[in-house]
Design a protein around this ligand. Structure first.
Ligand code: CAA
Length: 384
């Protein structure tokens, strides 16, 4: 066992840190306020290769490892979690799902531009469409239908809370083909946003990650060629679960970054702010808060890196990714709340960033499997 990062991993971490400070920090408060999708930042992120970080270079990816992905996600999430969720969905749900289970034609047509993050100079990213108005945690209860019409599927239904909903060009959609087969009757289909019958619904007005564009997507008699099905007939639910196991490493790293961003701000503030004749960092009550924050963040970081390392070693990482996600997201919520507390009244106003980080932290306990779902996954594995 060794805890050292390689030279390459350190360089990627530094590049992500510089990018976050130079490209994401300016305007982050305004983008949050105005719910503005960070398109410019995502295009620049794509130039760095961060929208296809782990994709094989033969499919136009950057060929980096999952440990580097965790490092980059942490750095970018310290500053702007709306940028990092877009990056996470594109990398871990869309690209990984296509690269691992897609056909060569699908990789050629869709994965390559998705890994580059652009096609003909325009933003080109993907979205993952599993959740529905009545199927969130209970993901096998899909109501969206994909009726087998011979050489194509006819898709009807609604998907909810879709990250990159309006900005994505490509959707990976889970839909029920044979209800009698339950989870084995679900298919994963690649649907292009501009196909007839696809409508982007209203943008959600959210508590946090307000720059990220979250929409419902409606399908009305959308014809999807069978060549756009990922894997065999009925593979869709298994596809979603396997893909989400990696996605959860991305969201865990996002939560880690939100927590460490808030901690760094609180630490710096505690050394500047004076009360009762000394810096507040010199009061034991603040020191104890900082000590607990640092300890929990380090534990979350180790869980994230462990899950990523297992993925890089081609080991089973579904247990460790759920552990990383539940722990890091709960750490993010706790640390950001304490960071606001350390800032006092200043923490409650936008200029000091910590209130945004606290709002952003909450979603990490909800999307890509709630904390309750992670405990189901962990519980089943430790009891089997
Ligand atoms: N890999 C492969 N197969 C799996 C699997 C995995 N990791 N997990 C489950 N399966 C299989 C099971 O083996 C089972 O097959 P059998 O019937 O042959 O045994 C089948 O799938 C059904 O599984 P379960 O019986 O375990 O299903 P369940 O109804 O009990 O639900 C669950 C399990 C873990 C709760 C699952 O529904 C789940 O993960 N729910 C949460 C969904 C989720 O994470 N949604 C996030 C939306 S995406 C998002 O947020 C993206 C974004 O925009 C940010």
């Amino acid at each position: 066992m060794q805890f050292q990062l390689t030279e390459e991993q350190l360089m990627i971490q530094q590049a992500a840190r510089d990018f976050a400070r130079n490209e994401c920090k300016p305007g982050v408060i305004e983008r949050d306020e105005l719910q503005q999708f960070p398109k410019e930042q995502i295009l620049k992120l794509a130039e760095l290769g961060f929208m296809g970080m782990m994709v094989d270079p033969k499919y136009d990816g950057a060929g980096m490892d999952s440990v580097s992905y965790v490092l980059a996600m942490e750095e970018i999430s310290k500053i702007d979690a709306s940028v990092s969720v877009c990056m996470s969905v594109n990398n871990s749900l869309v690209n990984w799902g296509l690269e691992t289970f897609g056909s060569e034609d699908q990789k050629e047509k869709y994965l390559k531009p998705l890994a580059r993050g652009n096609k003909d100079g325009e933003l080109y990213i993907g979205a993952f469409l599993l959740s529905e108005p009545e199927a969130g945690s209970d993901a096998t209860s899909q109501r969206t239908t994909a009726v087998d019409m011979g050489d194509y599927y006819l898709v009807n239904g609604i998907k909810n809370w879709i990250t990159n909903g309006n900005s994505a060009s490509v959707y990976l959609v889970m839909a029920q083909t044979d209800l009698s087969k339950g989870s084995k009757g679900i298919n994963a289909l690649i649907i292009e946003k501009n196909w007839p019958g696809v409508t982007v619904g209203a943008k959600e007005n959210k508590l946090g990650i307000r720059g990220s564009d979250t929409h419902s997507i409606l399908f009305s008699d959308v014809k999807v060629p069978k060549t756009n099905r990922i894997g065999d007939d009925g593979f869709g639910f298994s596809f979603a679960m396997k893909t989400l196991a990696g996605g959860r490493i991305g969201i865990a790293s996002q939560a880690l970054g939100i927590a460490s961003g808030a901690y760094e701000l609180a630490l710096a503030y505690s050394k500047e702010r004076k009360a009762f004749g000394k810096e507040i960092s010199q009061h034991q009550i603040i020191q104890f808060k900082l000590a607990d924050m640092a300890t929990r963040i380090e534990a979350a970081r180790l869980l994230c890196l462990r899950a990523a390392w297992e993925k890089d070693q081609h080991l089973d990482y579904s247990l460790s990714s759920s552990m990383a996600k539940v722990y890091a997201s709960e750490t993010a919520m706790w640390v950001t709340t304490e960071a606001v507390q350390i800032h006092g009244g200043y923490g409650y106003v936008k200029e000091y960033h910590v209130e945004r980080l606290m709002r952003d932290a909450k979603i990490t306990q909800i999307y890509e499997g709630t904390s309750e779902v992670q405990r189901i996954v962990i519980g089943r594995q430790i009891l089997k």
